[in-house]
Design a protein around this ligand. Structure first.
Ligand SMILES: [Ca+2]
Ligand SMILES: [Ca+2]
Length: 226
């Protein structure tokens, strides 16, 4: 009877030991931890990823595998990667310990689109007493093709400052009345980035003889007056 109780005690002790060791195996999976030198920047930029904070209690990490979210991959505790295209990328580090257990963790990198740079020139213009001016009712060609982007400029939108607008890389416009107008060119790139360029245009001289002085100048938008 005493022997049987002793056996039961031993059995229970073994059971506790087994379940404890089961817990220990679960608890000693590796931890995947890493830092990034920069998480948000305008492309192109290089990020240094450091996986050395990863650890395994009572063990060691034998491999570090990285995927950068843009199709590229690397290995090693510390790696560098360059992002060239804008986007939101999920970086994943997978660490494996000497027993073959793996754990991974992720971090998001925001690679930003460089905005376009708007620029235009216009002609003809005369230099009168150090000031560039254009005659009233004179056709002016506005050329926005000097605008640049790391990708492509897809849209050119013009505001001539006299209540009229137009779109296209090269447009023509004429002002009916003398004055100084702010011409605004807004360009949009292939990633939806926008930028403006503003230039003051000075118009001299009087309105054309047949101008409708009451202010109805809408017939000047489409071309020649009837
Ligand atoms: Ca782009
Ligand atoms: Ca761009």
């Amino acid at each position: 009877m005493r022997a049987a109780r002793f056996c039961l005690l031993i059995g229970a002790a073994i059971l506790v030991a087994v379940s404890l060791s089961g817990c220990l195996v679960k608890d000693t999976r590796p931890e995947a931890l890493f830092t990034a030198s920069v998480a948000e920047h305008v492309v192109p930029f290089t990020v240094s990823f450091d996986g050395t904070p990863s650890y395994k209690p009572n063990g060691e990490i034998v491999s570090y595998l990285w995927t950068f979210g843009d199709g590229a991959a690397d290995s090693g505790p510390v790696v560098e990667h360059t992002y060239v295209e804008d986007g939101v990328y999920e970086v994943r580090l997978t660490v494996t310990d000497e027993e073959g257990y793996s754990t991974s963790s992720t971090l998001t990198v925001h690679a930003l689109n460089p905005p376009p740079k708007a620029e235009f020139s216009y002609a003809p213009k005369s230099n009168m007493e150090g000031e560039y001016v254009v005659g009233a009712s004179e056709w002016i060609t506005f050329d926005g093709t000097e605008s640049t982007d790391d990708g492509e400029v897809l849209a050119y939108d013009w505001n001539f400052g006299d209540g009229t607008t137009d779109s296209g890389p090269v447009v023509q416009h004429r002002y009916l009345y003398p004055g100084t107008y702010n011409v605004v060119l807004t360009v949009t790139d292939n990633d939806g980035g926008k930028s403006n360029y503003v230039e003051r245009v000075t118009i001299v001289g009087g309105p054309p003889c047949n101008a409708d002085i009451t202010g109805d100048v809408t017939w000047y938008n489409g071309g020649e007056p009837e």
